[in-house]
Design a protein around this ligand. Structure first.
Ligand code: GAR
Length: 385
């Protein structure tokens, strides 16, 4: 490698702070002091130095037959020297994990319960510690004992609700089915009578009904910013939140607030959108997920879904049809965000790798009210004119 890169151990190269020699020493450390402390105080299940053979050869050495370890690539900052080696040797990423430790000198397997405390202890002892994966059951049919998988980004949500919470429930269902890489950190309802999610089967039981007594909109929003920040919220989801957000709140989460509206925006913004559309006599309506801005339902549009309006509908029937689509497109929009696929360019939201599903435009839904009933004879079908 040195020959190929024309470098010696005393040399410096782009991307490294020290000479190559010193950088090569960084992945190796003596952990005795920290380990003695942990072994005395915690239930340590396994310890393994990651040496030559990287993760794939070393980790299985301490695993029981029935277990496998899933290491999440991207869950720790890889030391720069490995990036230099990878580029210089033109080495595939997986090969790097198969050969090198990538900066993880020692792996400790602990119980999920003790994990946070152990992490804190390691930091207090002056060590750098990362949660890099999990041990779970191994499929006996497969020989796979360890794998290094790209880390899934789990986006931390703060959800705002005022109504019945069916969109919230749909988001929870998608998370629990593993279809949405998100976790709900905080739910705020400004409707003290309704506490969505309560009584429903969910792990995400962090409910904070909006407390009355905030004098101004800014007071209320300041409190929301505070609790969202404390909970580590990255993306705010307005799921039927019937309150206008102040500039204070919008600026605290720029292009990080999504809203769902039960109409095809920019038509029928504001309250009772389904009824507005129904009364107007549209042939199609639908719903829109968009980023919130300072206007009412005016921000850049992420996803829209269209539903037909039939002659025999009522506005309630239409609202139910739209709601069904809301439950589909909101989790989709959040997943696109979690995957880092949304780019806001001016008013437009571009979706990376978007596959067009249906290039055909929609035309009027069939009409059942105005139908010609002329028949040539009693047995004929009604005329199709
Ligand atoms: C949904 O239809 C949502 O689109 C709408 O409130 C309903 C909440 O239902 N939001 C707005 O009209 C915002 N302008 P849910 O509480 O059952 O999710």
């Amino acid at each position: 490698m040195f020959e190929r890169m024309k470098l010696g151990i005393q040399d410096r190269t782009k991307g490294l702070d020290e000479t190559i020699g010193l950088e090569l020493l960084k992945p190796t450390k003596i952990y005795a002091r920290a380990i003695l402390n942990l072994v005395k105080n915690f239930n340590i299940k396994g310890l393994i130095h990651i040496t030559g053979g990287g993760f794939l050869d070393n980790v299985p050495r301490i695993l029981p037959e029935r277990c496998r370890a899933v290491i999440q690539r991207g869950s720790w900052p890889v030391l720069p020297v490995f990036k230099v080696l990878q580029a210089g040797g033109d080495i595939e990423e997986m090969e790097m994990f198969r050969v090198f430790n990538m900066g993880i000198g020692l792996m400790i397997i602990v119980t999920e319960r003790e994990c946070p405390e152990i992490m804190e202890r390691l930091v207090a002892l002056g060590e750098e510690a990362y949660l890099i994966g999990a041990v779970d059951k191994r499929d006996p049919a497969k020989r796979l004992y360890a794998s290094c998988e790209p880390m899934k980004r789990i986006v931390k949500l703060g959800v705002l609700v005022s109504g019945s919470g069916s969109n919230l429930q749909s988001i929870i269902n998608h998370i629990e089915k593993g279809l949405l890489d998100a976790e709900i950190r905080m739910i705020i309802s400004n409707n003290p009578r309704l506490c969505p999610g309560e009584g429903k089967k969910t792990r995400h039981s962090l409910h904070r009904p909006g407390a009355p007594g905030f004098v101004t909109r800014e007071d209320f929003d300041r409190k929301m910013i505070e609790v969202f920040n404390i909970s580590g919220v990255e993306l705010v989801i307005m799921a039927g939140f019937m309150r206008i957000l102040s500039p204070l709140f919008l600026n605290a989460f720029p292009m990080k607030i999504m809203n769902i509206h039960p109409a095809v925006l920019p038509s029928f913004p504001g309250m009772h959108a389904q009824k507005q559309a129904f009364d107007y006599g549209v042939k199609f309506s639908g719903c829109t997920v968009h980023f919130a801005d300072e206007g009412v339902d005016t921000g850049p549009i992420i996803i829209q879904a269209i539903v037909p309006v039939y002659d025999q509908d009522t506005d309630e029937i239409l609202a139910q049809r739209i709601l069904k689509e809301e439950h589909r497109i909101y989790p989709k929009a959040i997943q696109l965000y979690a995957e880092g696929k949304l780019y806001v360019v001016g008013r437009k939201v571009l979706v990376k790798d978007h596959k067009q599903v249906d290039p055909h435009p929609l035309h009027n839904p069939p009409s059942s009210v105005f139908r010609c009933t002329k028949r040539k004879s009693r047995d004929d079908d009604p005329c199709s004119c």
